[in-house]
Design a protein around this ligand. Structure first.
Ligand code: NAP
Length: 449
């Protein structure tokens, strides 16, 4: 267990949802950490959140009358998905290796269910089944998109298809749909999907073979004109005929997997009738499953590997800062139901704090954190003091910071080294300066502007 766990943290919190969760969100700079942050169970990991993403479940549950209050104690921080850094992990369980989840390890994943201590905060406690190492080459923001949306798409599609199958995905341009199209293509399927007119090209660019614009076409009528499908995935829940008539455009035994839908009485009735009304009494003629996503570290790892290999990408609608009104605007955007892919929340931790907290790590780790957390606002200028005897190593180290100083037009290691004195001398050094001595012999100086 790490001794450096603070007692308070920054967290976006809500105490009620009257008028919508976004109307009640406030940044608390001294929120308590989850009560068992210092006494983690064997299957728990304390994570410093460096990026988080929103999903419809983050407001749908919280806003449920009565039930929302019973499920989530207040004040509460919303959100399930995260990418960040392990601060501590629970005592080793015999069943699960802790090797991967040592303090300092970059990770991503998803909490099990809406909780008082969600991921729009500096720290969260994740279950091991929903917390896996970040592979090389995947940014924290992209990894934070995987948790709920990609895992849901994976669990709807991957166990239910084989290469060459034909899959129809209702709603291809949102968080789940954008991953669904790509995962089905990775598995060698033919993919048809639906979306609004403005997103047709987007769905094609993700790999969809056929796209139905539901604004101008009747989805069911279009599907009936096509070759029969082997799997239907419904990320929307409407139109209701999609299920009731799917025997006309699917093979016998084809599964209909639904994840999307609202929580109004009408929508719940519609869902229950699909689930319970037997086919021989006039109900649906294809097996129906309402899928509730469950954490599975193997699934998360496989998706992230595909991402690292460039086979799957995160479709990011927008990245919001965590100061000011960032999360409020993010929820407003999410609730329009028009997001193209995922809505990402930047790290809540101040950039300099973030660097200062990595003092015990190597320069490589600092670079990983800065680049992965997309400290993209060019907040840093870094000067790397090269150890006398290892000029070559110093050049490599300097190269790692390219991303951070692109603003200055410095794009390669050589010019970075040549420019260091200039940056030091002329750089606009406003704000706090931090001098960082690193374990691997390098020193760097960073400052905000
Ligand atoms: N059961 C579970 O475990 C589980 C897990 C994750 C998500 N979900 C649910 O799955 C649904 C989708 O989640 P998400 O994260 O993908 O949401 P999202 O990112 O907010 O998806 C919004 C997308 O839905 C599309 N859409 C809206 N109406 C449509 C229609 N009539 N036909 C086709 N597409 C339509 C929109 O695309 P256009 O602008 O192009 O219309 C938009 O891009 C939500 O209801 C969510 O609660 C359930």
């Amino acid at each position: 267990m790490s001794s450096s766990i603070p007692t308070t943290m920054k967290a976006w919190q809500f105490s009620q949802t009257t008028g919508g969760i976004e109307k009640n969100l406030k940044l608390n700079n001294t929120a308590p950490l989850p009560p068992n942050a210092n006494s983690l169970a064997a299957d728990q990991v304390l994570v410093q959140v460096l990026s988080s993403t929103l999903n419809p479940v983050d407001y749908k549950f919280a806003q449920l009358p009565i039930l929302g209050n019973l499920i989530i104690k207040k004040p509460a921080s919303p959100a399930l998905d995260f990418a960040g850094r392990v601060v501590a992990s629970g005592a080793n369980s015999k069943k699960v290796s802790t090797e991967d989840l040592k303090p300092g390890q970059l990770v991503f994943g998803k909490l099990d269910a809406p909780t008082q201590y969600g991921t729009l905060a500096e720290y969260t406690i994740a279950p091991r089944s929903g917390c896996v190492p970040l592979p090389q080459g995947v940014s924290l923001d992209d990894a934070a998109c995987i948790g709920t949306a990609a895992l849901t798409a994976y669990q709807c599609i991957v166990p239910n298809i084989k290469s060459g199958d034909r899959v129809f995905i209702n709603g291809g341009s949102g968080g789940v749909g954008s991953f669904g199209i790509q995962l089905a293509k990775v598995k060698g399927c033919y993919v048809a999907t639906s979306c609004s007119s403005v997103n047709v090209e987007l769905c094609k660019s993700l790999g969809a073979d056929q796209v139905i614009d539901y604004k101008s076409k009747d989805i069911v009528a279009e599907l009936k004109k096509m070759q029969k499908f082997d799997l239907i995935v419904d990320n929307v829940g409407t139109p209701s005929e999609l299920y009731w008539q799917c025997h006309d455009f699917t093979h016998t035994g084809t599964k209909y997997v639904q994840v999307g839908g609202g929580l109004s009485l009408g929508e719940i009735y519609s869902l229950l009738s699909r689930m319970m009304w037997p086919g021989f009494l006039g109900g649906g003629k294809r097996p129906f499953q309402f899928l509730g996503t469950a954490n599975n570290s193997d699934h998360l790892k496989e998706i992230a590997q595909w991402m690292a290999q460039g086979k799957v990408k995160a479709l990011v609608d927008e990245v919001y800062g965590m100061e000011d009104k960032g999360p409020i605007r993010a929820f407003e955007r999410l609730k329009t139901g028009r997001a193209k892919g995922k809505i990402v929340g930047d790290t809540i931790i101040g950039s300099l704090d973030l660097l200062a907290q990595t003092l015990h790590h190597s320069l490589h780790a600092v670079r990983d954190l800065c680049v992965a957390a997309r400290i993209r606002t060019a907040i840093f200028y870094c000067t790397i003091y090269l150890p006398d005897s290892s000029r070559e190593r110093g050049r490599q180290a300097a190269g790692w910071f390219d991303d951070l100083i692109l603003d200055e037009g410095i794009t390669d290691m050589q010019s970075l080294i040549l420019s260091c004195p200039k940056v030091l001398r002329d750089g606009p050094r406003q704000g706090q300066t931090e001098y960082v001595k690193l374990m691997d012999g390098y020193e760097c100086q960073v400052w905000e502007r």
